[in-house]
Design a protein around this ligand. Structure first.
Ligand SMILES: Cc1cc2nc3c(=O)[nH]c(=O)nc-3n(C[C@H](O)[C@H](O)[C@H](O)COP(=O)(O)O)c2cc1C
Length: 210
């Protein structure tokens, strides 16, 4: 029997199939909201910082953390030389820092350290004052990732900052404000009402069977 080759465009869901291009991938990922960090490395004249959202907590045992940095970014050779980096998790009032450290015109060195305002951490990388958290790493391995390098670091220090503040969020090229959540009490009530509905349906089914 001749087997019919499945058409990759044959799907009941109305996908807008875009093929495989940089624009398509960037466009799809723009709908994936992320937090925002400034990754830093180096002291004083050698200090560098760059806005990054391609960051990932990889492993808890051992503690490993990954950042993806473009090969042409100024931060890239600095991490390789210093063999250490810090990931500053930005708060919702730090959009200015995100914009500054994603601008090619930004300063390096002491001016960058001054803009971040938090001095240096355990691994000697600049910290951002007012951040929600900072994760400091010693470089373990560098993996090739196309036009980026993937820096896998061993976590040597975790700092919490002002965790009462909300996170800075990046979505569709903008920094939207998160809506206040409904609170654990409300979600509990929702779960209870779903359970109640299930229980009522169960009783109705039992009566029909009986
Ligand atoms: C929200 C946001 C997230 C970003 N994430 C990354 C990232 O994870 N890796 C990266 O290499 N560049 C990322 N960028 C781009 C860099 O911050 C930007 O291109 C920077 O200018 C690169 O450094 P350079 O000026 O030294 O080339 C991001 C930019 C923004 C606005």
């Amino acid at each position: 029997m001749p087997s019919e080759k499945p058409d990759k465009r044959d799907s009941k869901y109305p996908w807008d199939v875009r093929g495989a291009s940089a624009d398509a991938l960037r466009g799809a990922m723009s709908h994936f909201p992320t937090g925002v960090t400034v990754v830093t490395s180096g002291r004083e004249e050698r200090a560098e910082g760059m806005t990054a959202n391609a960051v990932l907590s990889v492993s808890l045992d051992p503690l490993l953390f990954l950042v993806s940095v473009h090969k042409d970014a100024r931060l890239n050779p600095r991490i390789q030389e210093e063999k250490a980096f810090a990931v500053n998790v930005l708060a919702d009032d730090q959009e200015g820092l995100s914009r500054l450290f994603s601008s090619p015109e930004r300063s390096s060195g002491p001016r960058a350290v001054h803009s971040l305002g938090g001095g240096y951490g355990t691994v000697g990388a600049p910290l951002a004052a007012g951040a929600i958290a900072a994760i400091e790493c010693e470089l373990e391995t560098v993996y090739a990732g196309g036009d980026h390098d993937l820096f896998l670091g061993r976590v040597v220090e975790v700092r919490l900052g002002d965790t009462r503040k909300g996170p800075l969020v990046f979505h569709e090229g903008r920094y939207p404000t998160l809506k206040a959540d409904s609170g654990p009490g409300d979600s509990g009530a929702f779960v209870d009402s779903v359970r109640g509905f299930d229980a009522r349906m169960g009783r109705i089914k039992d009566r029909r069977r009986g």
